[in-house]
Design a binder for this molecule. Sequence first.
Ligand code: CAA
Length: 269
Amino acid sequence: MGNGIAHVMARSGLRVMLCEVEQRFLDRGLETIRKNLDREVAKEKLTAAEAAAALGRIRGTLNRLELVECHFVVEAATEKFEVKREIFRELEGIMPAGVILASNTSSISITKLAGQTGRPERVVGMHFFNPVPVMKLVEVVRGLATSQATFEAVRDLAVRLGKTPVEVNDAPGFVSNRVLMPLLNEAMFAVMEGVATAEAVDEIFKLGMAHPMGPLTLADFIGLDVCLDIMRVLEDGLGDPKYRPCPLLIRMVDAGWLGRKSGRGFYTY
Ligand code: CAA
């Protein structure tokens, strides 16, 4: 999602530093941004000059120390607490004291991430939705210590990006994934138990509930590894067996079938 966040920030006139862990991920991210900006030019949402200017505002780096120049950070690493903890601890040492550290986490506790830093009042959730250039929502998550000034800064930034911020309090999965993921997980149980095929389940949600994508297409789109990580956060954090990840989901992730990004999930791509 990092490339989508960089895309919308640059499109709204902000200078962006896109920090990755490996050159190949950075190259892939920049290529995706280029393609999606071209798509917006083709749809006449942007002029070619605006798209080129937006791309010109993005600088890639592999060196986190370079982030010291930035006035705001949004972390969008994989959905594992240990990975994010390491990043927040490092950012605490790099970024000047007044800088807000936001996380695009889909489910991990903002309060817990804030606790890794010496500035918990400046840590907040800024949760975007895929595809980031298209989806209007930003879930703005208040941790226990998030200050009103931090909340308002992120809310105003979301508006500047053309998004609609919605405020929620910190809880496992916040609102979006606490409600969405059990739906996707239950759809997987229905497939596993042979109630219907993936295609039939998806058809039911598209035609019967006017969802733009059925739940299994959406799970593939989000990434099955991400879905599993989020179900585990819900299961651990809420302690209710109704959040148990579907065994089929676990098996597919073990097999490396991660959905669209790996070429195979409930569908082949
Ligand atoms: N960048 C820029 N524009 C894009 C884009 C991208 N990556 N992907 C699609 N678009 C644009 C298209 O150009 C098109 O624009 P117009 O309406 O102006 O023509 C529009 O989006 C629709 O795209 P398509 O016509 O290609 O395809 P579609 O109508 O099937 O829509 C979709 C695609 C927007 C992805 C739609 O299927 C959809 O809304 N799906 C549900 C997505 C969803 O639920 N996302 C949330 C996932 S949960 C999450 O992200 C958070 C989490 O924590 C897990």
